[in-house]
Design a protein around this ligand. Structure first.
Ligand SMILES: Cc1cc2nc3c(=O)[nH]c(=O)nc-3n(C[C@H](O)[C@H](O)[C@H](O)COP(=O)(O)OP(=O)(O)OC[C@H]3O[C@@H](n4cnc5c(N)ncnc54)[C@H](O)[C@@H]3O)c2cc1C
Length: 458
């Protein structure tokens, strides 16, 4: 006999649990089906553990560089057991909190592997769960390339990289996107020799070109090697690790190869296609209200083509719950979702890159300004380099904000308000920023765009 709910959600990651919580808050009965751990990729194998590693990396760098600040400290090395214990304690605390929230919200957690068996029904180990609305939220997995086998030891993905019990002596990172540059950054700070290979012409290729250039300059300074325009060809095992052959240039030997070439959607064998849900290269296309082509079946998060970010999943989940409750929420526009890459230096952006803005509006209609962090007191105190770049429509609103520098990820909240509220630079210029903060650089960039630069040379 089937259990009946208002909403049945298949997958308890960022998107699935956000949908469950908001739907329960709005008075709906909710079944959340999860085969592993509530919290999904982000909490257990993604955002949180990687950012803990990146923080440990920052501590290592600060210790090494302490004499620059007149502080005597010696860097004796990385104790991976200690780093992992710290990382796991952060994840553990958040997981406990999340489990508490599942209970407190009255969400029925169904533990087990689910399968869509009808537009309104999910089967878990022979038990049926029927919902007026069914939400597909099974997320994503680390992809590889054709013929490139992940052995979990020498050729690994981010999944294995998060549980390594040692710092590798040397690593080749295949892929210069977000996940690739974050691990490259961690391992370099931990003392490894790192080489990134990227088929496209630049690192973080989804970002504004100026950000890529700044990251590449910073990585050169940090001794992180990278080869762009360099497609991967093959990998062999050697006595000490791997030998990576690329389309051009010499092969590279290293202890391990991290494959970070993107993430595919988890849809195989889950009954989606059998029930008639249309798939596109494994992903589930959905309209702006996150409806699939099958009535009553919705999809969210990494499953839906677009930005693969935890907060997009949260946003999708909340949107769907409010839609089910008849609240007519505003559809989510991927362009207004902030993006942060947490390598050192960080990259943060929202809205259109300069090239995208020029494509859409025409080059004559776009203006941009790059405010150098050299003029920002707080950034000088931190000894970081970088910039805040603002792209605007000529005589019109801000179309994009792009930043590079230590800790600039924390500046994205204001930038996202500026972009999403379609603010004019002159309006932002009126807002007074606290001194000395890095946020001042945002204020300064808008002052300059409004024709009244303050701390700007030339
Ligand atoms: C290394 C790494 C670092 C990242 N860092 C960031 C970051 O800093 N910031 C950011 O915003 N994003 C980051 N991400 C991306 C982020 O993790 C994802 O965008 C987010 O987790 C997507 O949420 P989701 O709910 O769509 O899917 P997921 O979190 O993948 O959740 C899907 C859930 O469904 C479950 N599931 C799958 N199939 C079934 C089934 N048949 N039955 C039952 N349950 C099932 C899975 O076990 C999983 O728990 C990172 C990802 C990785 C890999």
């Amino acid at each position: 006999m089937a259990n009946n709910f208002d909403v049945v959600i298949l997958g308890g990651g960022s998107g699935g649990y956000a949908c469950a919580f908001r739907a329960a808050e709005l008075g709906m009965s909710v079944a959340l089906v999860e085969k592993d751990k509530v919290g999904g990729t982000c909490l257990h194998y993604g955002c949180i553990p990687t950012k803990a590693l990146l923080h440990a990396a920052e501590v290592a760098d600060a210790t090494r560089e302490s004499t620059q600040f007149g502080v005597s400290a010696s860097f004796d090395g990385i104790d991976m057991a200690g780093v992992n214990a710290y990382k796991d304690s952060v994840v553990g605390r958040l997981y406990k909190g999340l489990q508490g929230l599942v209970k407190a919200r009255g969400v029925t957690l169904v533990e087990g592997e689910g399968r869509l068996v009808a537009p309104n029904a999910v089967d878990v180990n022979g038990a049926g769960y029927e919902g007026r609305h069914v939400v597909l939220a099974t997320g994503s997995y680390a992809k590889s390339l054709p013929g490139l086998e992940i052995d979990g030891e020498r050729v690994i993905t981010s999944y294995e990289a998060l549980t390594m019990d040692r710092v590798p002596g040397s690593v080749v990172v295949l892929g210069g996107g977000v996940i690739g540059v974050e691990f490259a950054s961690v391992w370099r700070s931990f003392g490894a020799e790192v080489t990134i290979i990227e088929a496209l012409p630049r690192l973080v290729p989804g970002e504004d070109e100026a950000c890529s250039k700044a990251v590449e300059r910073a990585f050169r300074r940090r001794g992180i090697a990278f080869r762009t325009n360099t497609p991967f060809k093959s990998v062999d095992h050697t006595d000490g690790g791997v030998r990576v052959v690329v389309e051009s240039g010499d092969p590279i030997e290293a202890e391990i190869l991290l494959v970070a070439v993107g993430r595919g959607a988890v849809t195989d064998g889950l009954g989606y296609d059998t029930v008639g849900v249309k798939l596109d290269r494994g992903f589930v296309p959905a309209d702006e209200r996150l409806r699939t082509n099958v009535d009553g079946v919705y999809a969210l998060g990494d499953l839906v083509p677009g930005l693969q970010l935890a907060h997009r999943g949260f946003g999708h989940g909340i949107f769907l719950a409010e839609d089910f409750a008849g609240q007519n929420p505003v559809p989510i526009d991927d362009m207004g979702i902030p993006r942060v890459t947490y390598c050192e230096p960080e990259v943060a952006s929202v809205g259109l890159t300069e090239a995208q803005a020029q494509d859409r509006l025409g080059p004559d209609k776009v203006e941009s300004l790059q405010y150098d962090l050299a003029g920002n007191g707080r950034s000088q105190i931190l000894k970081t380099q970088g910039f805040v770049k603002v792209v605007r429509e000529k005589d019109g609103p801000v179309l994009g904000v792009h930043m590079v520098g230590s800790r600039v990820g924390e500046l994205i909240a204001e930038s996202q308000l500026i972009y999403n509220w379609e603010a004019l630079p002159s309006e932002v210029a009126q807002l007074i920023h606290a001194h000395p903060t890095q946020g001042e650089a945002i204020g300064e960039a808008h002052l300059a765009l409004a024709g009244k630069p303050l701390h700007v040379h030339g």
